[in-house]
Design a protein around this ligand. Structure first.
Ligand code: FDM
Ligand code: MG
Length: 215
């Protein structure tokens, strides 16, 4: 093996997008299908509401508690930092991680509040040094199609204005390497694209690909 050849590992496959774009549905189906074809895969999601930090986030999202916006941003980021080591260990053990939201949502949601001082640059700082995904599927859905999938829930951020702002920040954050998936289509149609994109990333990582870090 050549000295500079990276080790075989699992892939970090990420789904991002506004609410009701089908991230959770597609991520769940993808993990099932990968496991069925002998690719070890796990479904992760952020916020991870099961940790101590995650429980604080959950209370905040459910409006059971209120807090300062900057400190909440940092808690969302800390919720990723507390799982960074485990993420690296899983990936190097050959497990593919299919992740439902990550630091891109972190930056998009806080920036979308349009608060003085909490601009995109500030928001990105707390993510710097976290593992960078090998593949990012941005589920692009129109406001109309998202609306047809049912009304908003009761959680903080589930408002038309917030979702509109989030959509805007996401399009600002977009980089060339992102895969844009047309999420207005049926579950089955979207799944075809998702499978192709994800399996390509799994293959690349299996062949050895150095892990990168944000931003
Ligand atoms: N959210 C999610 C943030 O504000 N910051 C973050 O870093 C992350 C990961 O939390 F409104 C927001 C996005 C969403 C809410 O997400 C909970 P789910 O996917 O609906 O559970
Ligand atoms: Mg939600």
């Amino acid at each position: 093996m050549a000295a500079n050849k990276a080790m075989s590992r699992g892939a970090f496959v990420l789904f991002e997008g506004v609410d009701r774009c089908g991230k959770t549905t597609q991520a769940t189906k993808l993990v099932e299908s990968l496991n069925n074809s002998n690719v070890k895969a796990e479904l992760w999601r952020y916020p991870d509401r099961t940790t101590t930090i995650g429980k604080m986030i959950d209370d905040y999202l459910q409006k059971k508690s209120d807090s300062d916006d900057a400190s909440m941003h940092l808690l969302f980021a800390a919720n990723r930092w507390e799982k960074k080591k485990m993420m690296e260990e899983k990936l190097s053990a050959g497990v593919t991680l299919v992740v439902d939201r990550y630091g891109y949502s972190g930056v998009a949601f806080t920036t979308a509040k349009r608060l003085p001082g909490l601009d995109q640059q500030w928001c990105k700082h707390s993510e710097t040094g976290l593992v960078k995904p090998d593949c990012l599927m941005y589920m692009e859905i129109s406001e109309e199609a998202a609306k047809k999938r049912g009304g908003f829930g009761e959680e903080r951020y589930e408002t038309t204005e917030m979702q509109r702002n989030v959509r805007e920040v996401f399009s600002d954050l977009r980089e060339d390497w992102w895969s844009i998936v047309d999420a207005d289509r049926s579950i089955e149609q979207v799944q075809v694209d998702v499978e192709k994109i994800a399996r390509e990333a799994v293959e690349r990582c299996k062949n050895g690909l150095t892990l990168e870090y944000l931003w």
